[in-house]
Write a protein that binds this ligand. Structure first.
Ligand code: 3NM
Ligand code: MG
Length: 515
């Protein structure tokens, strides 16, 4: 029994008025079963034992009708009295070994874990599955110990993949129709995927629990819209030369398709970013109003979220737009400007990573390391003093990209790019880029345009934007009329434009500089 359980859509019940309302729990569960729920846990922290047993008996009648196992939260005695299929125990409940002794080998026993240590112990003690949480902060259970997100969940999955018994795993906490696909996509490690998700309010509090279960199941069974912009196949060789050959076609496609680049960017660079987008053949719109994203995301372009002048209201607008673009499967670039400078910015990074999926994250060393989770103190938006060599930087970039299942760019004298499988160092560019404002920001804008026309390989799209920009900077800096940062800016815009027209003509001279 335990090994054949389907964990895809795991309903955890809640009988509190705030979630169940005045409906009958058994009716709600039956509707959810009709909608395709594959496993049910009766969770009631307040009722008397007699009520628990009688409700569990009624629930067991309907779960058996649907051939779905019923587990009881915490109460091994109730499970024994009812003769249902098992229990789910938390870290503060009866320990797993004792529960197993009482219930026997055939019972399904799951354990709540929020750390690698708890997960390892539960595996060792013979858990059938782990409820890994808390994925996102949730009003349903406010006393949870750790909000671990997709990154923390992935770490636990990686740890339990080392356990030979193939312990199963579900994620819990704040999972609903708008988050479920990303949870499954970003949590999964190459060696161990989530077997499913556990939800309370997304089904129990839904107006129509059957429909809610059906909708969730559909989402669980299909890849998220943004996965169409998928990265490399596992094990693919990183061949810079071969990839660089594909770059001109992408720059040409930007010129031909004139895609939209929706920038939610800082006050300093709006004008510069718009000019740069135009110079490479894009169609810029500077809009910081989150409500506009529902229309803009449908226009075939992409979004840049640049938190250079973040405000509380701005952050809410970023979240709205991010969700709209994710839903549409349209690419999003994240520029975590000054991420390590203040507590507000570090917190904004966390909020945004929990709110949606970024196809590309681009920043300097301090920013990327902050997004990765290192304690880095940035001064203003500068990178801060570097303590890493290039090999270490490349490792951070690769690990972050693997964790988020996206592409990460760390800019610097040498730019590092990775999709978690293939990692490249690009040494084009010029130091004058560090003497003007917004050079990193406008790179985000260019990458948004190459991503918009090349969704098949995000790493290639990112590399195309990066080479276009860095080589233009190199050519501009070498011009006789460029005397310093002031004259460099217009020259850079000109050379971005020149590469764009050269690529359209099929002239590839500029690309010979790629290194
Ligand atoms: N356990 P919803 S979170 C029962 O983190 C429970 O261990 C959690 O409810 C944990 O799907 C949670 O409504 C509640 O967010 C999940
Ligand atoms: Mg418990």
């Amino acid at each position: 029994m335990a090994s054949s359980v389907d964990y895809s859509l795991y309903l955890v019940t809640d009988s509190t008025p705030a979630i169940l309302g005045d409906r009958d729990l058994v009716e709600v569960v039956e509707a959810a079963l009709a909608g395709g729920v594959t496993l049910v846990q009766y969770r009631d922290k307040v009722s008397d034992t007699a009520v628990l047993v009688s409700t569990a008996r009624r629930l067991h009648l309907v779960t058996r009708k649907y051939n779905v196992p019923l587990l009881i939260n915490d109460r091994v005695d109730v499970a024994l009295a009812v003769g249902c299929e098992g229990v789910h125990i938390g870290q503060d409940d009866l320990d797993l070994r004792s529960a197993r002794k009482l219930l026997g080998e055939k019972a399904i026993i799951g354990v709540t874990v929020s750390t690698v240590e708890e997960a390892r112990l539960a595996c060792k003690d013979g858990a059938d599955y782990l409820g890994i949480g808390t994925m996102f902060a949730t009003a349903t259970k406010t006393n949870t110990k750790n909000v671990i997100g997709t990154a923390g969940t992935k770490e636990i999955l990686r740890a339990i993949s080392e356990d030979g018994r193939n312990v199963r795993a579900v994620s819990i906490g704040g999972i609903n129709a708008s988050t479920v696909q990303r949870v499954l996509y970003q949590s999964s490690d190459s060696k161990k995927k989530l077997d499913g998700v556990a939800v309370v309010s997304a089904i129990v509090a839904a107006k129509d629990p059957k429909r809610a279960a059906e909708d969730l199941m559909k989402l669980i069974k299909s890849p998220p819209p943004f996965a169409s912009c998928s990265s490399a196949k596992t094990g693919e060789k990183a061949d810079f030369g071969n990839l660089a050959k594909l770059v001109p076609a992408i720059i040409k496609a930007v010129a031909e398709k004139n895609p939209l680049s929706h920038n939610m960017t800082n006050l300093v660079v709006q004008n510069f970013a718009a000019n740069v987008a135009l110079s490479v053949g894009g169609s810029p719109i500077m809009s910081n109003h989150g409500e506009e994203a529902v229309d803009l995301c449908k226009l075939g372009g992409s979004l840049v979220i640049n938190m250079g002048t973040v405000t509380p209201e701005g952050l809410q607008n970023y979240v709205k737009s991010l969700k709209a673009y994710n839903l549409e499967g349209a690419p999003v670039v994240f520029d975590p400007v000054g991420a390590g400078a203040t507590a507000v910015r570090r917190s904004a990074v966390k909020t945004l990573l929990a709110a949606g999926y970024f196809d590309v994250i681009k920043g300097n060393e301090g920013e990327i390391r902050t997004v990765f989770g290192s304690a880095v103190q940035q001064k203003g938006v500068d990178s801060g003093t570097s303590t890493l060599n290039n090999t270490q930087k490349a490792a951070v970039v690769k690990d972050l990209a693997a964790r988020e299942r996206n592409v990460v760019v760390m800019t610097g004298a040498i730019d590092l790019v990775s999709d978690g499988e293939r990692t490249f160092a690009v040494s084009n560019g010029h130091e004058l880029l560090g003497k003007i404002t917004g050079s990193g920001c406008v790179l985000g804008t260019i990458i948004s345009l190459t991503l918009a026309v090349s969704r098949g390989d995000k790493l290639l799209a990112t590399l195309a934007g990066l080479l276009h920009f860095e080589i233009a900077a190199e050519i501009a800096a070498a011009r006789e009329d460029v005397k310093g940062p002031g004259t460099f800016v217009p020259a850079l815009i000109d050379e971005l434009y020149n590469i764009h027209t050269a690529a359209s003509r099929g002239d590839l001279m500029w690309l010979q500089r790629a290194r």
